[in-house]
Design a protein around this ligand. Structure first.
Ligand SMILES: [Zn+2]
Length: 389
């Protein structure tokens, strides 16, 4: 019973406001009494846990005066928040059907009904409602955002792209970023079919919408690699570093291979060292230390690693340090023990997620361009800190 007390608050507040506002209208006394009776009956039903009957009475009260409409919105939104979608739908649908409602209330009812359908997973009906809200000043951008949520859930990328003009008109950064990723989804499929010209055309459109999309440059780099245009691929990888260096550890191997093809490893390691000094990433450190080992000696590599780990300890870095010692023929340490430590650290790291979502904190060993939890695009990046980069 008590749980209904909070549901009554907005209803009672709106009712109180209504009654206060109308107290000066002495000639409207009979309507007020009728409304008062219906509200009281409705609230009584709510208190006795007969919500459906309560809705009947409260809806009936709306017919008396439009001023009660806010109370109905509050009631329906509470139903939705409690997961009682059928009841929320019933109230909002009733409001939408009311021809005498002012335009702003009608628009709100249509928009809220869209949210009810979306919560219920009825995407086509939600889409209808949001489409109807698109041209309104108050709900246009919000409806567009929900429409993109629907198209993302149904992987209906083309429907989203059909909204491009509207997104550009709103000039909303978040939506432009989402739309660029819709283009990337289509480009990924075209790339799998090796339709390179088509892929580049699609990605150019994506870059127009969001010049800072790492994913777009990542796909472009793939195209250039497949076409053996390695300097162009390297330029894309450098672009990823400048756009969002948290993505960089995942492309470092590909970038290295491109520089090998260009026979320009010196430039690669110069870039790598600069990137490591700026970010402190363990993947970059390991890559650079391996270079020192080949160019100089294992001992020099160990010294560099030791200094780096003292400055910024990471488990991955420590594992590589142990490996260097294990490989060192002159090292007096017990090789068997070292191998065991390396094995233990590997097992430990294997169960640790490689990626985390920067928006919601979702962890995963696999990379997704769209977070499976919050559905944000390009939010899963390599984990930072002691157990990550
Ligand atoms: Zn997330």
């Amino acid at each position: 019973m008590l749980e209904w007390a909070f549901l009554l608050l907005p209803v009672a507040a709106a009712y109180g406001w209504y009654m206060g506002r109308n107290s000066i209208k002495q000639n409207d006394q009979s309507a007020k009494e009728a409304l008062s009776k219906k509200f009281s009956t409705g609230i009584n039903y709510l208190l006795s846990n007969q919500q459906d009957k309560a809705i009947d009475f409260l809806i009936e009260a709306l017919k008396v005066d439009n001023d009660t409409v806010e109370a109905h919105f509050a009631m329906a939104n509470l139903f939705r928040r409690r997961g009682e979608l059928d009841r929320a739908l019933r109230v909002h649908e009733y409001l939408v059907q009311q021809k005498h409602l002012p335009s702003k209330d009608k628009q709100k009812a249509i928009y809220e009904l869209g949210k009810d359908f979306l919560s219920a997973g009825l995407y086509d009906r939600a889409e209808d409602m949001f489409m109807r809200s698109l041209k309104t000043n108050l709900y246009g951008l919000k409806s567009l955002t929900f429409l993109f949520q629907i198209y993302q859930s149904t992987s209906d990328w083309q429907r989203g792209l059909a909204m491009e003009k509207m997104v550009v008109k709103h000039d909303d950064k978040k939506l432009l970023h989402i739309l660029a990723n819709f283009y990337c989804e289509i480009a990924t499929k075209a790339l799998a079919d090796k339709k390179y010209i088509e892929v580049v055309e699609i990605l150019e459109k994506a870059l127009t919408l969001d010049p800072n999309s790492c994913r777009t440059h990542w796909l472009l780099a793939k195209v250039y690699e497949d076409q053996e245009q390695y300097s162009e691929a390297c330029r894309c990888y450098q672009e990823i570093y400048h756009q969002d260096n948290e993505f960089f550890p995942d492309v470092i191997e590909n970038m290295h291979q491109c520089y090998i093809k260009l026979n320009d490893e010196v430039e690669f390691y110069a870039f790598l060292r600069k990137a490591y000094e700026e970010t402190g990433s363990s993947s970059l450190l390991i890559k650079y230390v391996n270079y020192i080992r080949v160019k100089n000696s294992n001992k020099k590599a160990q010294d560099y690693m030791m200094t780096a780990l003292n400055r910024r300890p990471t488990i991955r870095g420590f594992k590589h340090f142990v490996k260097l010692q294990n490989d060192d023929k002159e090292c007096e340490s017990n090789n068997e023990s070292m191998a065991m430590i390396t094995g233990l650290i590997s097992s430990y790291l294997k169960v640790k997620p490689r990626y985390s979502c920067r928006t919601c904190g979702f962890n995963s060993s696999t990379h997704y361009w769209s977070c499976p939890s919050c559905h944000g695009w390009e939010q899963l990046k390599p984990v930072r800190g002691l157990e990550g980069e």
